[in-house]
Design a protein around this ligand. Sequence first.
Ligand code: GLO
Ligand code: MG
Length: 346
Amino acid sequence: MPAATAYRYCFGPWNLSEGQDPYGPPTRPPQTFGWKLQQLKEAGFDAMMFHDDDVVPDIDNKSEIQIIKEARETGKRLKDAGVVAEIVAPRLWFSPMTIDGAYTSNDKKCRQYAIDRSKRCIDIGKALNCNLIVLWLAREGSYIRESKNARKCLDYLVEAIDALLAHDKKARIAIEPKPNEPMDLAYIPTIGHALAVANLTSDPKRVGCLIESAHAILAGLDPADEIDFAMGFGKLWSIHLNDQNGLKFDQDKPFGSANLRVAFNQVRALERNGYGKKGEYVAFDVHPFRTTKVEHWMRHLVNSKRTFEILVEKARSFDEAKAQALIADRNYQDLDQYVLEHLMGV
Ligand code: GLO
Ligand code: MG
């Protein structure tokens, strides 16, 4: 039997969010980066994931020199704290230049802005000793189908990724698909799409993916199948575990909160594929509920990690021989019940 994976955990500064939603203001006061880093350490996490402007706030108004200087300063703080930077992602959805999309904007100047900003993101990654760049393609899609040419947009996406691959030969890009929100429909909704796009780029080996549980659920898929699929290609380079109660707004609930069995199957898929053995991190892209009090601010992260660890035990103690006997007998009825009882601890 191969040695069991000792998982390492991660979250981002945005996962300690302040409670605002489209219908109401924050319910918790903003906290400093130092406070967030300390919470992460105290809760036993190993790495932090970043947006470019989590590392360098107000990035669009700073020179390249200033950007690198500030990124190095953050790099030093992380090193001193013994915390790794797992990924950096360009936040391509806030700027006035990305109102109509970033790499797929209809405006050439805006497409160029998106590429230039992403190159800076790679530079920030370098300063943090991190070569994994995540592309959550937030606005690469449309509200009105006829407003964009989807075939052209595919070419734009490939051109943009090629420009990033050329900018730094060591950079690796993980595409994080999501089928909708903020857009009506997105151009890269699933892992199959992400990996197909990877194949069109100039260096497919350096283009992989990141699965987020909620995004797969929003696409009507089982995240565990997305994990198996991506890992069949050796392409799952990061993961955002969380949960989602059906086809609603992106909820980013604690891992396992809506459907424990779907969570269990994700853990089983990670285990059987050896996720983490090449240094990949388990990241939780979860948010506190709006009702969460300041003194409970870390609970969604601590609880997600705890649920994950309990489900790892559940995956390891699952009686595979018993399951295989039921499968051989095509007794899926009792297999179903066995899974339920195993999860209920009886
Ligand atoms: C939103 C995404 C978002 C990304 C993050 C990193 O739906 O899940 O949180 O994961 O921006 O790219
Ligand atoms: Mg995510």
